[in-house]
Design a protein around this ligand. Sequence first.
Ligand SMILES: [Mg+2]
Length: 134
Amino acid sequence: MRDTYNIAVDFDGTIVEDAYPRIGKPIIFAFETLKKLQEKGHRLILWTYRKGSSLEEAVEFCKQNGLVFYAVNRSFPEEEFDSSYSRKIHADIFIDDRNIGGLKSWGEIYQQLIGGQPLGEKTKSKKGWFSFLK
Ligand SMILES: [Mg+2]
């Protein structure tokens, strides 16, 4: 099993709430999880219906939230559209609200791809059972 993946991520309804063509509010833990995935060496591809100025706005919004993609609507940064090649991008994993079964919570995505303590889970109190007796 490889250590790093190409991960294609949708924008509307996945990173932000769907308000297309406007930009919705970030979905909880989306940016945190995506940045952590990059830290772990995964390549993130923004894979969205958006194009032109609405695409630029989405890319800029992500940048303002600290997220710069490896590639946008293509398999690698230099890829040129060429109809003699398949349009399907090369990704190992797709994260999209149109997945069958819907979008998992970003907390679950984090757990599944990164592991460790789930985001948002409070650290357990170090106080033991007896502490309330004191
Ligand atoms: Mg979507």
